[in-house]
Design a protein around this ligand. Structure first.
Ligand SMILES: Cc1cc2nc3c(=O)[nH]c(=O)nc-3n(C[C@H](O)[C@H](O)[C@H](O)COP(=O)(O)OP(=O)(O)OC[C@H]3O[C@@H](n4cnc5c(N)ncnc54)[C@H](O)[C@@H]3O)c2cc1C
Length: 491
C-alpha cells in the first residue's frame, strides 16, 4: 500500500464550489491537492448555466426581432443554430477543454490531479494508487448528476441529458422534454424559438411546480405562445425508440418525437465517495452540513452535494464560508492551544484572511467566520419572461403556520409594463409575515424578472420592515416600481 503523502487540504471535485475553495486556499499559501475526474469548473461552465444562457440570449434575440411587427415596422427572421453552437463551442467551453481552468488553479500554487477521489479513512483521500493525508481538512465538492428515473425501456434509448442538449450542433425537428422544472422549460423555449417542435411532459399538475402557481401560469402561456406543447400529469410508464422516433407512453396517452431530453432532477452519488471509511452514511440523498459546511470534523462539503440548493450562487456562497473556516482552523492550529484570537500566523494564511473579505482577521479566531443563512435564497428561471423568486412561496409560508399576508400586482398595470406591451407578461407577488412586518418571500416575473428580484432579495435578507419598503422612492417608470404596488396590495 502506498505511503500517504502529507498535504494541507484535499479538495475532491473541482466544480464551481470545489474550484473556488481549492483556488483560494492554494492562493493563501496552503498546499492544496485538487482532484477532478472530468472538467475543472464542473457543470456550470460546460453543460449548465453559461452555455444555456448563451442559448437563451440567442433565442431571446429571435423573439425580440419577431416583436418588431406591430411595434416598429416589420422584420423577417431566419433562425440559424450554427452561430449558437459555435459560440458555445469556441467561447464558452473551449470545445469542452479545461486547460485554462487547470492553469488558473496550478498558477495559484495548487496541485492538480485528474482522477476520482474517495475517502480512505480519517483525513485520507485516495486517487488511484496515490493516498493523501490532509493535515487541515478535506473538502467534498462532488456535485450531482442527472437523476434518470427507472422508466421501462428508457435506459436502452439514446436519450439526451443536459450534456447532449448543450453540445448539440444540429437541432432535431421535434423534441420531447421529460421534466418541466427550470432546466426543462428554459431549454424547451430555446429550442422552440429555433423552430423545433417541442413538447414538455410534466409529471405534476403544472410546470415550475416548486414556484408560485401564478409563475407556472405565466411561464406556460409564454411557452405556448412559442409553440411549445405542455402536457401535465404525465407519469411516463414506458419509453420506446425505434431507431428514428422516441415514444413516451403514459396511461392512455403517448407522445412521439425525434429526440428525448430527460431533465427530471439531479442526484448526488454519495456511494462513490468512501464515506463509510469515516463513519458517514452513504445512503443519504445529500451530504448534510452544518452552517459552516462541516460534514464531520475535518471534512467540509460545498455546492450541490449539500442539497441546500442546486445553484452556482449557493456553491460560491458556501465556498466563501468553507475558505474562512478552513483558514480559521489553520490559524488555530498554528497559534497553538493558547491562541488569543490575534495570533501571528504564517503569511500565506493571513494573506487569505484578507482575500475572504477580511472576515477572519483581527476580529478573532472563529467569531468572524460567517454562518450560512438560506432565508433569502434567490432563484431565477431564465425563460422569457424571467421567473425570479426569493425565500418562501405563499404555500410554504402557510405550511409553516406563519400569519401570511399576500400582495400581488400585474406588471401590465404598471406604467413600464404597459409601455412594454402585453408580451411576455409578468407580475410581482410579495409574501409578508404579518406579525413581524417583514417580507419572507417574493416572486418577480417579467422581462427583467431576475434583475427586479434583487431589491426583493435585499428586503428578505435584511428583514427590512414593510413600512420602510413602502416609503422608499422607486424610479419611474421602471419594472421594479411595481414592487410598490404589490406592497400596497398587502393591505
Ligand atoms: C442546464 C443547467 C443550467 C443551469 N443553470 C443555472 C443557472 O442559470 N444559475 C445557477 O445558479 N445554476 C444553474 N445550474 C446549476 C449549476 O450548474 C450547479 O448548481 C453548479 O454547477 C454546482 O456546482 P458544484 O461545484 O456543486 O457541482 P458541479 O458543477 O456538478 O461539479 C462537481 C464536480 O465534481 C466532480 N466529481 C464528482 N465526483 C468526483 C470524484 N469522486 N472525484 C473527482 N471529481 C469528482 C465532477 O466531475 C464535477 O466536475 C444549471 C445546471 C444545469 C444542468
Amino acid at each position: 500500500m502506498a505511503e500517504p503523502e502529507l498535504v494541507d487540504v484535499v479538495v475532491v471535485g473541482l466544480g464551481v464550489g470545489g474550484e473556488e475553495v481549492a483556488g483560494r486556499l492554494a492562493g493563501a499559501g496552503l498546499s492544496v491537492v485538487g482532484v477532478e475526474r472530468d472538467l475543472v469548473g464542473g457543470e456550470c461552465p460546460y453543460w449548465g448555466c453559461i452555455p444555456s444562457k448563451m442559448m437563451i440570449r440567442a433565442a431571446n434575440a429571435l423573439a425580440e426581432a419577431r416583436r418588431v411587427d406591430g411595434l416598429a415596422g416589420s422584420a423577417q427572421v431566419r433562425a440559424d443554430w450554427a452561430p449558437v453552437a459555435k459560440r458555445i463551442r469556441e467561447e464558452a467551453t473551449d470545445t469542452w477543454n479545461d486547460r485554462a481552468a487547470v492553469d488558473r488553479f496550478t498558477g495559484k500554487g495548487g496541485r492538480f490531479l485528474r482522477g476520482s477521489g474517495r475517502l480512505d479513512g480519517p483525513g485520507r483521500v485516495r486517487v488511484g494508487d496515490q493516498v493523501f493525508q490532509a493535515r487541515h481538512g478535506i473538502v467534498l465538492g462532488t456535485g450531482t448528476r442527472p437523476s434518470i428515473a427507472p422508466i421501462d425501456g428508457l435506459a436502452d434509448t439514446p436519450y439526451w441529458t443536459n450534456h447532449q442538449a448543450i453540445e448539440v450542433a444540429e437541432l432535431p425537428a421535434s423534441l420531447l422534454v421529460l421534466g418541466g422544472g427550470a432546466i426543462g422549460v428554459e431549454l424547451a423555449q430555446v429550442f422552440a424559438r429555433f423552430g423545433v417542435r417541442v413538447t414538455v411532459l410534466e409529471a405534476s399538475g403544472r410546470i415550475l411546480a416548486l414556484e408560485e402557481p401564478e409563475s407556472s401560469e405565466v411561464a406556460a402561456a409564454a411557452l405556448r405562445a412559442d409553440g411549445v406543447e405542455i402536457a401535465t400529469d404525465v407519469k411516463a410508464e414506458r419509453i420506446d425508440h425505434d431507431g428514428d422516433t422516441f415514444t413516451v407512453h403514459a396511461g392512455d396517452r403517448s407522445f412521439s418525437a425525434d429526440q428525448l431530453l430527460v431533465v427530471t432532477g439531479r442526484r448526488a452519488h454519495l456511494d462513490e465517495l468512501g464515506l463509510d471509511t469515516v463513519g458517514i452514511d452513504a445512503g443519504q440523498r445529500y451530504l448534510p452540513v452544518d452552517d459552516r459546511m462541516h460534514v464531520t470534523d475535518g471534512i467540509w462539503a460545498v455546492g450541490d452535494v449539500t442539497g441546500e440548493g442546486a445553484f452556482t450562487h449557493i456553491a460560491m456562497y458556501q465556498a466563501s464560508i468553507v475558505v474562512a473556516d478552513v483558514l480559521d482552523r489553520v490559524r488555530r492550529a498554528q497559534a497553538g492551544p493558547d491562541a488569543s484570537g490575534t495570533a501571528s500566523v504564517v503569511g500565506g494564511a493571513m494573506g487569505a484572511a484578507s482575500a475572504v473579505g477580511g472576515s477572519v482577521g483581527a476580529a478573532g479566531l472563529s467569531g468572524a467566520v460567517p454562518r450560512a443563512d438560506y432565508r433569502a435564497l434567490p432563484r431565477v428561471t431564465f425563460t422569457d419572461p424571467e421567473v425570479g423568486a426569493v425565500g418562501l412561496t405563499e404555500r410554504q409560508a402557510r405550511e409553516r403556520g406563519i400569519n401570511v399576508q399576500v400582495g400581488f400586482t400585474e406588471l401590465s398595470s404598471s406604467t413600464r409594463g404597459w409601455i412594454h406591451g402585453s408580451e411576455p407578461g409578468g407580475f410581482i407577488k410579495v409574501i409578508a409575515d404579518a406579525d413581524q412586518g417583514v417580507l419572507i418571500g417574493a416572486t418577480s416575473v417579467g422581462p427583467a424578472g431576475g434583475e427586479v428580484l434583487s431589491a426583493l432579495v435585499v428586503a428578505v435578507h435584511a428583514a427590512v420592515p414593510v413600512s420602510q419598503l413602502r416609503h422608499m422612492i422607486y424610479a419611474y417608470p421602471t419594472f421594479h416600481r411595481a414592487i410598490q404596488s404589490a406592497l400596497d396590495d398587502l393591505g
